[in-house]
Design a binder for this molecule. Sequence first.
Ligand code: SF4
Length: 116
Amino acid sequence: MLHPIESSTPRAAAVEDDPWHTGAACRSDEAGLFFAPSKEPTAARLAREEQAKRVCARCPVLLECREHALAQPEPYGVWGGLTAAERRVVLTRRRRRDLELRDSRRLAAEPRRIAG
Ligand code: SF4
């Protein structure tokens, strides 16, 4: 299986125009670490994802890759050292943070009401 950067999916084609991926540590990976084969048992998936994350940990474009995967968002595979489930958690936290920031700005802009 090809790495997401080198696969022929439409999303990978979009990455083609983005120069960050030229420094990817996974470009020469041929072990199929980054996407799950069909019907992969859980223990095998966890082991494969840990191996992929170790490749990501030494990758010079980890942050660019991660932000790309979050911005798309990429629904499958390990990108930027995060699994799809981990990226969903990050996106949920970011959305919650953005809502809290918006609410706090709105409250700060409202005229103060003094009880009494
Ligand atoms: S961070 Fe991981 S998935 Fe992203 S380019 Fe680097 S090695 Fe590949």
